[in-house]
Design a protein around this ligand. Sequence first.
Ligand code: C2G
Length: 143
Amino acid sequence: MKRILTYGTFDLLHHGHIEILRRAKALGDYLVVAVSSDEFNAIKNKKAYHNYETRKKMLEAVRYVDLVIPENTWEQKRNDVLEYKIDTVVMGSDWEGDKNFECLRDICEVVYLPRTEGISTTKIKKDLGLQEPVNGVDQIPNN
Ligand code: C2G
């Protein structure tokens, strides 16, 4: 039973997310997804549209995902690998070489998979004209 672990915010779930989950699961038998808490997103300077509970629920509905756990800190990864008996941590290529993952190589395999081109949560928001609120005021598209 090969156990895989991946991390992310997974906001406005899209096919780029599904593709990394599908390919991560294909590397083993059991996929754990650590989804960033709202507090950790603040640390990552990310403002998710959906809150943690919603993002967790959506991931739990994805056929490739076996378990969803919270990602609260950068530092928890080593403990996650040990606690969940992880064989391989998988991330998208935008994380290639990142110290937060490279430091795990003594206790598990670390694999980076090519990002899916042409899609991102940021692009979705931009294409829908969803701008970040300015001084707390939502920006209504001009159409
Ligand atoms: N991803 C992808 N292709 C895209 C968009 C995202 O392969 N077009 C991958 C990312 O590389 C990442 C995963 O999907 O592996 C989740 O992406 P995000 O939700 O943007 O997560 P991120 O903010 O990168 O958080 O501790 C690590 C962080 O929590 C990762």
